[in-house]
Design a protein around this ligand. Sequence first.
Ligand SMILES: [Zn+2]
Length: 87
Amino acid sequence: MKEVTRYKCDHCKKLAARKSTIEKHELICVCNPEGENCFTCKHMTADYEMNRGEFDHECDKLGGECKKFRALECGNYERLNPFNRAL
Ligand SMILES: [Zn+2]
Protein backbone atom coordinates (compact mmCIF):
# COMPACT_ATOMS: atom_id res chain seq x y z
CA MET A 1 0.00 0.00 0.00
CA LYS A 2 1.20 3.48 -0.85
CA GLU A 3 0.33 6.70 0.86
CA VAL A 4 -0.64 9.43 -1.63
CA THR A 5 -0.95 13.20 -1.46
CA ARG A 6 -4.23 14.88 -2.36
CA TYR A 7 -4.84 18.57 -2.89
CA LYS A 8 -8.07 20.17 -1.69
CA CYS A 9 -9.83 23.36 -2.75
CA ASP A 10 -9.79 26.03 0.00
CA HIS A 11 -13.44 26.79 -0.74
CA CYS A 12 -15.23 23.51 -1.41
CA LYS A 13 -14.75 19.75 -1.04
CA LYS A 14 -13.07 19.16 -4.41
CA LEU A 15 -9.94 16.99 -4.24
CA ALA A 16 -7.33 16.25 -6.90
CA ALA A 17 -4.03 14.41 -7.22
CA ARG A 18 -2.43 17.31 -9.10
CA LYS A 19 -1.81 20.65 -7.42
CA SER A 20 -2.29 22.43 -10.77
CA THR A 21 -5.81 20.98 -11.09
CA ILE A 22 -6.84 22.60 -7.80
CA GLU A 23 -5.00 25.85 -8.57
CA LYS A 24 -7.04 26.13 -11.80
CA HIS A 25 -10.24 25.07 -10.06
CA GLU A 26 -9.92 27.65 -7.26
CA LEU A 27 -9.91 30.47 -9.83
CA ILE A 28 -13.39 29.42 -10.99
CA CYS A 29 -14.76 27.73 -7.86
CA VAL A 30 -18.33 28.95 -7.28
CA CYS A 31 -17.65 28.81 -3.52
CA ASN A 32 -14.64 31.14 -3.84
CA PRO A 33 -15.76 34.73 -3.13
CA GLU A 34 -12.98 35.88 -5.52
CA GLY A 35 -13.67 33.19 -8.13
CA GLU A 36 -14.77 34.18 -11.62
CA ASN A 37 -17.20 31.73 -13.12
CA CYS A 38 -20.09 32.33 -15.50
CA PHE A 39 -22.35 30.71 -12.91
CA THR A 40 -21.62 33.56 -10.46
CA CYS A 41 -21.74 36.29 -13.14
CA LYS A 42 -24.78 38.52 -13.49
CA HIS A 43 -24.56 38.37 -17.29
CA MET A 44 -25.34 34.68 -17.47
CA THR A 45 -28.93 33.73 -18.07
CA ALA A 46 -30.04 30.14 -17.74
CA ASP A 47 -32.89 28.84 -19.83
CA TYR A 48 -34.29 25.44 -19.15
CA GLU A 49 -34.46 23.59 -22.44
CA MET A 50 -37.48 21.30 -22.13
CA ASN A 51 -36.67 19.31 -25.25
CA ARG A 52 -33.22 18.31 -24.11
CA GLY A 53 -33.98 18.38 -20.37
CA GLU A 54 -30.96 20.54 -19.59
CA PHE A 55 -29.96 24.15 -19.06
CA ASP A 56 -28.68 26.40 -21.82
CA HIS A 57 -26.25 28.93 -20.45
CA GLU A 58 -26.38 32.14 -22.38
CA CYS A 59 -24.36 35.31 -21.79
CA ASP A 60 -26.07 38.67 -22.36
CA LYS A 61 -22.68 40.26 -23.11
CA LEU A 62 -21.44 37.62 -25.55
CA GLY A 63 -24.87 36.97 -26.98
CA GLY A 64 -24.18 33.26 -26.97
CA GLU A 65 -23.43 30.20 -25.03
CA CYS A 66 -21.38 30.54 -21.83
CA LYS A 67 -18.54 28.17 -21.03
CA LYS A 68 -17.34 27.80 -17.46
CA PHE A 69 -13.77 28.93 -18.03
CA ARG A 70 -14.58 31.87 -20.25
CA ALA A 71 -15.41 34.21 -17.34
CA LEU A 72 -11.70 34.48 -16.57
CA GLU A 73 -10.92 35.72 -20.06
CA CYS A 74 -13.99 37.57 -21.29
CA GLY A 75 -13.43 40.81 -19.33
CA ASN A 76 -17.16 41.31 -18.73
CA TYR A 77 -17.33 39.34 -15.51
CA GLU A 78 -19.48 40.99 -12.84
CA ARG A 79 -20.32 39.08 -9.70
CA LEU A 80 -23.99 38.46 -9.07
CA ASN A 81 -24.47 39.76 -5.53
CA PRO A 82 -25.81 38.22 -3.44
CA PHE A 83 -25.03 35.00 -5.27
CA ASN A 84 -28.39 33.28 -5.11
CA ARG A 85 -28.84 31.75 -8.53
CA ALA A 86 -31.08 28.72 -8.37
CA LEU A 87 -29.85 25.95 -10.66
ZN1 LIG B 1 -13.77 24.60 -4.96
